[in-house]
Design a protein around this ligand. Structure first.
Ligand SMILES: [Ca+2]
Ligand SMILES: [Ca+2]
Length: 202
């Protein structure tokens, strides 16, 4: 006759196994960047010989790449997936994966990139599963109020916020970032929420 403990182990083992399998089969949430691309002021499309690749200083290999035109659904846009480490506790890092909090640099190379690899943007990974629309070359804005994309709302974001409210910066991405109450407009009604975000950060 089985002792209660052994019985418990026998009963629990398949359960534990199926649980581990479930965990392992969850797709890893990576970061996706997409948007338009131009090189030297000229728009780049699916037919151009341009490859984008992403690097972080902490890893020796590319953490993502995209060959223009290779994803039919993307059309003339680029769609660059940045691989994140599956064990995200920061204790280890694969050669070709990034960690949350690291800064990704995106480069372009190919026959239609005269002069060799060209740095298009760098952005800090704030969280897993981010889907970021950025037209390259350009700056990745973070969440609401985070103009420099460093995952916080602090005094570095204050001047850019004021610039939008004063009408000095009318780019769509800046307008969206400053529209704290998601009203569709960036104006004085967004100040209170911005100040709150600023104070919460401290
Ligand atoms: Ca910021
Ligand atoms: Ca608003």
């Amino acid at each position: 006759m089985l002792r209660p403990f052994r019985l418990l182990v026998y009963c629990a083992f398949p359960l534990i196994c199926s649980f581990s399998f479930t965990i392992a089969s969850i797709p890893e949430p990576s970061v996706l960047l997409y948007g338009t691309l131009s090189i030297g002021g000229e728009p780049v499309g699916a037919g151009d010989d341009v490859r984008l690749y992403a690097m972080v200083p902490e890893a020796p290999d590319e953490v993502g790449s995209y060959l223009m035109g290779s994803n039919v659904n993307a059309g003339n846009l680029y769609a660059l997936q940045v691989r994140l480490e599956s064990l995200a506790d920061g204790t280890q890092q694969s050669n070709n994966r990034a960690l949350v909090g690291q800064t990704v640099q995106v480069f372009a190379e190919g026959n239609d990139v005269p002069g060799g690899p060209l740095l298009l943007t760098n952005f800090k990974i704030c969280e897993r599963g981010q889907v970021v629309n950025v037209d390259l070359p350009g700056t990745v804005a973070g969440s609401l109020g985070d103009f420099d994309g460093d995952c916080d709302v602090d005094f570095d974001d204050l001047n850019p916020f004021v610039d939008v409210l004063l009408g000095n910066n009318t780019t769509p991405s800046a307008q969206v970032t400053a529209d704290m109450n998601a009203s569709g407009q960036a104006n004085g009604a967004d100040i209170e929420l911005f100040v709150q975000a600023l104070l919460n950060n401290g």
